[in-house]
Ligand binder design. Structure first.
Ligand SMILES: [Zn+2]
Length: 237
């Protein structure tokens, strides 16, 4: 090979490696460049948190009923856009004593976005959450778990906590399509301080919603109690 072809090939290989490393970093559940990132709380207590992503939607009543029957307080990471469409549903979540977290406004991947775009996504959603009457600290969960530079930087500058998860049964198609498999997956993977993620706000997620009862019962059988994410964070050893 000629010298310049070698140089071009090497440069290309290095760029590819950098791109791959940034991609891995952007979706890491345990590390980000700035600020605090929690995917599980380090504790000896048998406590876990149930987190529900996206929405609110017209399915909110049904979701709240399931949680009430299971006697569990969950943490809802809602999007600003959906909250704007369903303000009443947002209020119902707050009134039922669940935790509300910020899951961005438009649910776009927050990678390669400008600082002003990110600020807008977070602040607009915070305001809509406050409009529900929710008064406690608002935690943040990036849409699709994606973040790179400006998002973590903005959150760290504003002392905001980023919350990920360590158990995501319905992210695997073969598990998510069957509520019994979801329950089994949680049962097998749960640890003290685990943060469980389920998607229950859309029609194609019936199995996830159906699994809540079994998830709660089987974990209680193992001696676990449920906390909201904010409560779970106070259990850190
Ligand atoms: Zn989401």
């Amino acid at each position: 090979m000629k010298k310049w072809t070698i140089r071009v090939t090497l440069t290309f290989a290095v760029l590819l490696m950098i791109a791959y490393a940034l991609f891995q970093l952007s979706k890491s559940r345990t590390y980000q460049l700035f600020g605090e990132l929690t995917n599980r709380v380090d504790t000896n207590e048998k406590v876990v948190a149930l987190t529900l992503d996206d929405g609110p939607t017209e399915k909110t009543d049904e979701v709240l009923k399931v949680l009430k029957e299971a006697d569990v307080k969950a943490t809802f990471f809602v999007t600003g856009a959906e909250l704007k469409q369903h303000p009443e549903e947002g209020k119902k979540i707050a009134q039922a004593g669940h935790e509300l977290g910020n899951h961005s406004y438009s649910h776009t991947r927050m990678v390669l976005k400008s600082p002003s775009f990110i600020k807008d996504e977070i602040e607009k959603t915070d305001q809509l959450i406050r409009d529900t009457g929710y008064q406690k600290e608002i935690l943040f969960r990036p849409p699709n778990g994606k973040k790179l530079v400006f998002l973590p930087y903005y959150l760290s500058q504003h002392n905001r906590k980023t919350i990920m998860w360590d158990i995501e049964p319905d992210s695997y198609e073969d598990i998510g399509s069957n509520s019994d498999k979801i329950v089994q997956h949680v049962k097998e993977n749960v640890k003290s301080g685990s943060i469980i993620l389920l998607h229950v706000m859309y029609k194609n997620r019936e199995e996830s919603l159906k699994s809540i009862k079994g998830v709660v019962e089987s974990l209680r059988e193992q001696g676990y109690t449920f906390r909201t994410v904010s409560e779970l964070l106070t259990e850190k050893k």
